[in-house]
Design a protein. Structure first.
Length: 287
């Protein structure tokens, strides 16, 4: 894995916000930033990018315009952030597939939730969800107007392998930002029609909290200066995390979960966050 931040970029407002988020992240990590503009030319009839005319492949003039768009965006970003390495590339092909392939060489992939032209249909639930489901590195989805710079980092916990990976990612982000980490562990109450014999909600909450604390113990030792709070709360994982995102600057989840976050596939908790979170969402999965 290369320590590089890959940004899906097409000049749209959400892509610009995603790029700025990535530049802020690079300023903390020191990683280089690479812009990737991806488009399918065969049926291009709409908006491609600022100042770029529609065309049908092969359209060398339009391609040169795209390359200039990406070159200028990278140059402007580098000029605004002295000390950062920023460059861009233009790719041909299905956007989701190309970004998934390119993510194998990145440490992080950052996307806007919507796009134009090269990312036609980049809505939560389409390209963004597809890339997040299959990328080879953590994916951060940012929506225009939601890139908060204050508040804690929130992470969903359920003890699954990907949730543990997400926990490590979240601790490192909180340490870089010098903000608290809020670990949220959701658990389900029994249904109204049947309650297990001896069920005690206080005992269940205590057991879930203890399990989350155990997962956090090593991270507390490694990052003693990061305040870490654990909450074990009954309720829907997606609803609880969306609500927590109102006061957070980043919400981190694993791509799949079990237990309190069982069924955590893209299309359930992760997709709900991509669609409804009030702050950027990072989805972490195994490489």
């Amino acid at each position: 894995m290369n320590e590089e931040i890959l940004v899906g970029y097409d000049g749209s407002p959400d892509a610009v916000v995603a790029l700025n988020w990535a530049l802020d992240e690079a300023g903390r990590s020191g990683w280089p930033v690479r812009l990737a503009y991806v488009f399918e030319w065969l049926t291009v009839t709409g908006w491609i990018g600022p100042g770029v005319a529609p065309g049908v492949w092969p359209d060398e003039a339009a391609r040169r315009q795209v390359e200039e768009l990406v070159r200028k965006a990278a140059a402007d970003a580098a000029a605004d952030r002295p000390g950062l390495t920023v460059h861009g590339e233009v790719f041909d092909g299905p956007p989701a597939l190309v970004l998934q392939e390119q993510s194998a060489e990145a440490g992080m992939l950052v996307l806007g939730s919507r796009g134009h032209g090269g990312f036609g249909g980049l809505l939560a639930g389409s390209t963004a969800v597809s890339v997040t489901a299959h990328a080879h590195c953590p994916v951060v989805v940012v929506r225009d107007g939601q890139a908060a710079t204050s508040g804690p980092v929130v992470v969903g916990s359920d003890g699954s392998e990907t949730a543990l990976r997400a926990l490590g990612f979240a601790v490192e982000r909180a340490a870089q930002r010098d903000v608290p980490l809020r670990v949220l562990r959701a658990w389900e109450r029994p249904g109204d029609r049947w309650v297990p014999p001896g069920f005690d909600p206080e005992e269940t909450a205590a057991a879930e909290r203890a399990a989350a604390e155990a997962e956090l113990a090593t991270w507390r030792e490694s990052f003693p200066d990061v305040p870490m709070e654990v909450e074990a709360v009954p309720g829907s994982p997606s609803a609880l995390l969306v609500e927590a995102s109102r006061s957070a600057q980043l919400v981190v989840v694993g791509s799949r979960g079990r237990g309190g976050l069982r069924g955590m596939l893209l299309g359930s908790v992760s997709q709900q966050l991509i669609q409804h979170s009030h702050c950027p969402v990072a989805v972490v999965r195994e490489r």
